[in-house]
Design a protein around this ligand. Structure first.
Ligand code: LRH
Length: 490
């Protein structure tokens, strides 16, 4: 049975077809497109209509390739949303979570509703990129789009709405708003009301795996395709990626490594306490009965932004060339805290990294080699820092780390991570998000029994590469310096 996954990340979108043959999941990427957010004036938007157009191209491609698609699921990045007006049309382009309108909004929101209350109800980390702060910024600026809105839909739900006409929000993506209580499975009405946000725009929630309609007739006619059923998969890409971690263990640590690095562990009940709040850990909803205790780490965004900055200066490098440059550089010269807010959306990432090193009295990385080395080492050391905190919060010790997502192509980062952790790293499944998306569809269709069986099939289908730690003492010494640097400037 062929099924189709739309998997949209912050820099590209993919369309993949899955089939189960002889207890193996076979996945074929049939279409890929760029996702280029657009700056206009002071704002930063997603080009959502283009993305929907590309999804239709993907559907056409599946038809031309002769697939008989039985169901479709959509997963995307978290946090962002579109607003629908009274005629059912989209009001304006959705803002990018890196849009600067939400700067300073955490303080404003927490002046109205105490931090503890927000965390107690949602279990979600405080970061300006969350939907709550963008909605509050829109409210403060009396944004007419918010004033006219009848329904809020998160990005995958918005695309699903375009496809089916159904307006609901799936629970994993709802949890990224910081306005949703995933234990009581409801929007946090007191929080929404205290912030004077229009409660009526928050639609019904559907559980992961729900069959939520089918492609609307007008699109079937336009593309000359049959009606295909649409399933609300783990619509948050990180939820889908973690669903695909190929392990039979109940307790494991993972890193979903793409534009963001999401490092965490799967748990049955959220960890909501003072320590978790102080360390700003998040408890996002996972697929079915799971939660994801994790931390957002700035991730490959740092590298992507250096690439973009150098391209603007006329210097075009591939990611492989960038990894080679980092490899050639002298180790452990200077470190950054990848998660410092100054790296969220700077004008020029390489200069910002240099500035951080200057502020922290470290040797300033001058060459591309040095800058890239600094990023990769700092990421690996930050992974250790975060993993140790997760272990303290859960009272567990993890024997190694699973890495999935686009970052697995970066051998140097995988090796550095193993070195920094002094533990093995098991890396693979560049397409983990799409694989998790497909697996949840198969569960919903009754082809796979449950998450455990799905993970076994995935383990059987996609080999992982093991990295064993090297130079442990050197990395240990570097870690001590790294911790001092990040503590000196936060
Ligand atoms: C990863 C991700 C992450 C969110 C961020 C916006 O793609 O969904 O989980 O925090 O994007």
């Amino acid at each position: 049975m062929s099924i189709l996954a739309f998997d949209l990340g912050a820099s590209s979108g993919k369309v993949l077809v899955g089939e189960i043959k002889k207890n193996k999941l076979i996945v074929e990427e049939i279409y890929r497109f760029a996702n280029d957010p657009v700056k206009i004036g002071t704002h930063f938007y997603w080009d959502i209509l283009r993305l929907f157009h590309e999804m239709k191209q993907g559907l056409l491609k599946s038809k031309f390739l002769g697939f008989h698609i039985q169901s479709i699921g959509i997963d995307t990045w978290g946090l962002d949303f579109g607003l629908i007006g009274s005629h059912g049309e989209l009001l304006g382009n959705p803002y990018h979570y890196r849009d600067k309108q939400s700067l300073g909004m955490i303080e404003k929101v927490c002046d109205i509703v105490p931090k503890e209350e927000i965390y107690f109800h949602t279990g979600i980390q405080f970061t300006e990129v969350n939907s709550i702060y963008h909605l509050y910024a829109m409210k403060c600026s009396r944004n007419p789009i918010l004033e006219k809105a009848e329904t809020l839909l998160m990005i995958p739900d918005l695309l699903r709405y375009f496809l089916t006409g159904e307006k609901t929000i799936e629970e994993t993506i709802a949890s990224t708003t910081q306005l949703y209580n995933s234990q009581s499975k409801s929007w946090v009405a007191p929080l929404i009301n205290k912030l004077d946000l229009p409660i009526e725009i928050f639609p019904d929630i559907v559980e992961t795996g729900t069959q939520v309609g089918s492609i609307r007739l007008s699109i079937c006619n336009e593309l000359h395709i049959p009606k295909i059923r649409v399933i609300a998969v783990g619509e948050h890409d990180t939820a889908s990626a973690v669903a695909a971690i190929p392990t039979a263990e109940k307790e494991f640590a993972y890193l979903s490594c793409g534009t963001w690095s999401l490092l965490g562990t799967e748990i049955d009940t959220p960890v909501i306490n003072r320590q978790a709040m102080e360390w700003n850990f998040t408890n996002e909803k996972g697929v079915f009965n799971t939660y994801r205790l994790l931390k957002n780490i700035m991730g490959l965004w740092l590298i992507q932004e250096c690439k973009r900055a150098w391209e603007r200066d006329g210097d075009f490098l591939t990611y492989d060339e960038m990894v080679d440059l980092a490899f050639q550089s002298k180790p452990f010269r200077s470190f950054i805290d990848p998660d410092h807010e100054m790296f969220l959306n700077p004008e020029h990432m390489p200069k910002q990294i240099q500035y951080y090193c200057q502020l922290t009295n470290q040797p300033i990385p001058r060459s591309k080699n040095e800058i890239l080395r600094c990023i990769l080492e700092s990421l690996a050391l930050k992974y250790r820092f975060v993993l140790e905190r997760i272990e303290k919060l859960t009272n567990k010790k993890f024997p190694g780390l699973y890495i999935v997502g686009g970052g697995v192509k970066n051998n140097l980062l995988c090796q550095f991570t193993s070195n920094a952790l002094a533990r093995p790293v098991w890396a693979g499944m560049e397409e983990a998000t799409a694989i998790g998306n497909l697996m949840v569809q198969y569960i919903s269709l009754g082809e796979i029994k449950d998450l455990q069986e799905g993970r076994m099939i995935i383990q059987n289908s996609f080999p992982l590469k093991t990295y064993e730690p090297l130079d442990s003492q050197l990395w240990n010494d570097a870690y001590e310096i790294f911790k001092k640097v990040i503590e000196s400037h936060n």
